[in-house]
Design a protein around this ligand. Structure first.
Ligand code: AGP
Length: 622
């Protein structure tokens, strides 16, 4: 939930740390801090509440801190309110001191994750004379490392290993020891962390974009592993202290993929990247006009033998599972159930041993989705992960992986990852239907051709985005918005409503259109905006009737439907048309105007589109 960066080499560390943190602000942005060491002098720490900009100003863009070894952090508060004292780095000493003051403590550290048993550990440390200046779990873990360091052999590796065995929860820890100048020690469990190497320089970060300006040579540190970083060198260890051999991976995508490229916001850039992301994801599994699922571990034999599918995810990824459920059951006639990961993991789900569990995640680090995956594996069920981030925890732990090729997604509100997850779901559904003899080869070929028309159809919708901007500008003061639809349209409403809520802070509800009159319709007042999504011809008239019911109660109607359904103008006050496609795939098109609505509403209300309040891009805590 937070972003961490570390550097050791010949260059000045502080500007590199600030640059890296600026690429990680999407992970948290309520406070930030850095600690830098110059040779064997004690470290100096500077921290500030608020955005990274404030820290950067405080340190004259890093130039006010001299030293070639350092660690930095951008925070999304879990334990302890957002404040300077709670921000990282934290120290093993009993008093935080002032900005730029020399830190005499043995251990200084930054942390991403949650230490679940921090209260118990704090009690233990209090008994040993430690006192605490912050409300964070991080301060506790740093002091625990200090405790073991002093108690045993003054060996960082042993102190960290003892700490790892003692703490419960998730962590990516990045530490400096006063007695080990020119070294950074790291450890991880269930929170992401990568290490980069170039000539004479070593980097550590929560995510690749933070170090991509400096190196493409990346190591993935595994769960319950530690590493010692020195200038240009990294050594990995397991909990027993044995050294582990690792190979580096070359990152193929470039730094521009993680820049705005002239767009005002990452979200708008990423909305425009959807045609390419969809095309790339299709190309990854379609070869010579056929879908190849062998490469993701699903042979025809296996596809035939799977008794049921259970899809598990959070947020928007969950919404793509709802779409896939409709498409898969309609096409392949295989039972699909969809679960929210945070529910699934604790309710003792009953799973068929011949079933397939599919987890879906952009980041591959969402704590609840990861836990759901582990639960399915514990039960001996075959697992497939649909993931965007290469080498992420979910990608590494699943039996098989279907990588969506959205590229790095920076805006907190997902758009292009959502679109590629839909494509992944369609490809599975079409192939399952074909292999299980539910569709003939002619329809199969037609569906694949149709999938390839989606990118240009998205382009066409984007050409008309100003019309949506104009409409949305008039809704800037809306208090409640309702999204209604049936079938796949209902699944898209879930996503449209979430987009609106998360970035424009306007309350909205997504409702299965037929369910509205069972209570929620009482919320419709004069002028309440009701958005009807109507792309499923068999359900069209029924949703129109539900829209009319809203209109009779004062609702102001927007209709979102395919070209040709012009009669919607008799009912709706404003209409948006999307190109026609096979109705199974309509979500890929109908979601685009809804993404644009969320975006423009946020802009018209003067909000921070890419970094909405209280949120972070990947939710690595439960
Ligand atoms: C969507 O805009 C949100 N950012 C959020 O719902 C997100 O989809 C969810 O947290 C799941 O994340 P993941 O795909 O990285 O697992």
């Amino acid at each position: 939930m937070c972003g961490i960066v570390g550097f050791v080499g010949k260059k000045q560390a502080a500007p590199i740390l600030l640059d890296g943190l600026s690429k990680l602000e999407y992970r948290g942005y309520d406070s930030a801090g850095i600690a830098v060491r110059n040779g064997d002098e004690p470290a100096k720490i500077v921290k500030s509440k608020g955005r990274l900009k404030i820290l950067s100003e405080k340190t004259d863009s890093g130039n006010a801190l001299i030293g070639t070894c350092g660690i930095g952090h951008t925070r999304w508060a879990t334990h302890g309110e957002p404040s300077t004292v709670n921000s990282h780095p934290h120290i093993s000493g009993n008093c935080m001191g002032t900005d730029f003051g020399e830190v005499e403590s043995e251990v200084i550290g930054v942390h991403n994750g949650i230490i679940e048993n921090f209260k118990e550990l704090k009690g233990k440390l209090l008994k040993h004379g430690y006192t605490f200046y912050s409300q964070t779990d991080t301060e506790v873990v740093i002091k625990l490392v200090d405790y073991y360091y002093k108690k045993y052999t003054h060996d960082p590796q042993e102190a960290i290993a003892k700490t790892m065995v003692r703490v419960r929860g998730s962590y990516a820890l990045c530490l400096m020891f006063k007695s080990c100048p020119g070294e950074i020690w790291v450890a991880r469990k269930d929170s992401p962390m990568i290490i980069g190497i170039s000539e004479g320089e070593t980097y550590v970060a929560s995510d690749v974009p933070a170090i991509l300006n400096y190196t493409r040579n990346v190591y993935y540190i595994g769960n319950l592993e530690m590493a010692r970083l020195t200038a240009g060198k990294v050594s990995f260890f397991n909990l027993d202290g044995d050294e582990i051999d690792k190979k580096s991976t070359e990152i193929k995508w470039n730094a521009e993929s993680a820049e705005k490229n002239g767009y005002e916001h990452f979200m708008m850039k990423e909305i425009h990247e959807q045609p390419k992301a969809v095309q790339d994801t299709l190309n990854s599994l379609v070869k010579d006009g056929k879908i190849d699922l062998d490469s993701i571990g699903l042979s025809d034999e296996e596809i035939k033998s799977i008794s049921q599918i259970c899809m598990v995810a959070c947020g928007s990824a969950y919404h793509t599972c709802v779409v896939t459920q409709y498409v898969m059951e309609s096409m392949a006639k295989i039972p699909v159930r969809v679960e929210i990961a945070s529910e699934f993991r604790y309710r003792g789900p009953v799973l068929d041993k011949n079933g397939l569990v599919i987890v879906v995640s952009q980041s591959g680090e969402t704590a609840d989705t990861l836990a759901a995956l582990r639960l399915a594996k514990e039960k001996g069920i075959k697992t497939l992960a649909i993931v965007n981030v290469v080498g992420s925890s979910i990608a590494r732990e699943a039996d098989n992986v279907f990588y969506t090729l959205a590229g790095p997604e920076i805006a907190v509100a997902t758009t292009k990852a959502y679109s590629t997850q839909l494509i992944a779901g369609y490809l599975l559904a079409v192939q399952f239907a074909f292999v299980r003899n539910e569709i003939d080869s002619e329809y199969y070929a037609g569906l694949i051709n149709e999938l390839y028309t989606i990118p240009q159809k998205i382009e066409k919708i984007l050409e008309d985005k100003e019309r949506i901007q104009w409409f949305v500008a008039k809704q800037a003061n809306a208090k409640d918005v309702f999204f209604i639809g049936r079938g796949i349209d209902y699944a898209v409403c879930l996503e449209g409503s979430l987009k609106m809520k998360e970035i424009s802070y306007v309350h909205s509800e997504a409702y299965a259109a037929g369910e509205l009159k069972h209570g929620t319709i009482s919320l419709i007042e004069e002028g309440t905006l009701v958005i009807g999504v109507l792309t499923q011809s068999g359900l069209y008239e029924k949703t129109v009737s539900n829209m009319v019911e809203c209109k009779s109660r004062g609702g102001y109607l927007m209709g979102l439907t395919s070209y040709g359904h012009y009669e919607i103008e008799d009912t709706a006050d404003f209409t948006v048309y999307i190109p026609k496609t096979d109705e199974h795939f309509s979500a890929s098109l109908s979601v685009i105007p809804l993404q644009l609505m969320g975006y423009y509403l946020s802009v018209s209300r003067g909000l921070d589109v890419d970094k909405p309040r209280n949120l972070a891009k990947s939710v690595t805590v439960e």
